[in-house]
Ligand binder design. Structure first.
Ligand code: C5P
Length: 211
């Protein structure tokens, strides 16, 4: 069993990279952001407050990893709500336990999120920290929305990216930061293909070491 940990801020390209790696090696993939999003959506759907830690913990304990639907959970409002409940230690404890259990699946796993290399899987064989400037990340979000035929406001998106970074990096429990032994991949000026090739070299080297 081998675990690949991929962390980084919103819209840095870690989701695409994680899916490509999982496909290349036949590993199971978990986008841990979806677990925070599913918890937030359950609260929103039930009309429950986003600032009651005991209620949010109860919802987190009920999240089924097999039932996470990206197309429903990717809504902007759910992402905002997710980053609010993600500051709560009881919510994180519940979700991290489920994520850790997932990380042990054979033949290997790729988990992406904010605290995989630092908290969820500190012993991961390969840790990547995928980042890009806030301007590049906002532009990618903008292009994605426009590409889907919708109207987008770059300034508002840029503002959102900055606010999400502040919340994710500034929280007391498991803030977003690279693990000491993480490899940094800055995708500001690197194509996703180049990032994938860099990741592949690191993973291949780790696999050889394990044999
Ligand atoms: O990555 P995504 O945008 O889906 O994550 C939504 C929110 O969930 C993030 O802004 C972050 O606050 C939280 N999150 C987290 N730890 C993770 C994954 C996501 O706190 N491992």
């Amino acid at each position: 069993m081998i675990t690949i940990a991929i962390d980084g801020p919103a819209a840095a390209g870690k989701g695409t990279l994680s899916r490509q790696i999982a496909e290349e090696y036949g590993f199971h993939h978990l986008d841990t952001g979806l677990t925070y999003r599913a918890t937030a959506k359950a609260l929103l759907d039930a009309g429950l407050p986003l600032d009651d830690e005991a209620v949010a913990e109860r919802m987190a304990l009920e999240v089924e990893l097999s039932g996470l639907d990206r197309s429903i959970l990717s809504a902007h409002a759910i992402g905002e709500a997710a980053s609010k409940i993600a500051v709560m230690p009881a919510v994180r404890r519940a979700l991290v336990e489920a994520q850790r259990a997932f990380s042990k699946k054979e033949p290997g796993t790729v988990l992406d999120g904010r605290d995989i290399g630092t908290v969820v899987c500190p012993d991961a064989a390969v840790k990547l920290y995928v980042t890009a400037s806030p301007e590049v990340r906002a532009k990618r979000r903008f292009d994605e929305i426009v590409g889907n035929g919708a109207v987008a406001d770059y300034a508002a998106i840029f503002d959102d990216v900055k606010k999400r970074d502040e919340r994710d990096m500034g929280r007391a429990d498991s803030p977003l930061r690279p693990a000491d032994d993480a490899h940094l991949l800055d995708t500001s000026e690197m194509s996703i293909e180049a990032a994938f090739q860099a990741a592949k070299s690191l993973i291949d080297a780790a696999l050889i070491k394990k044999i």
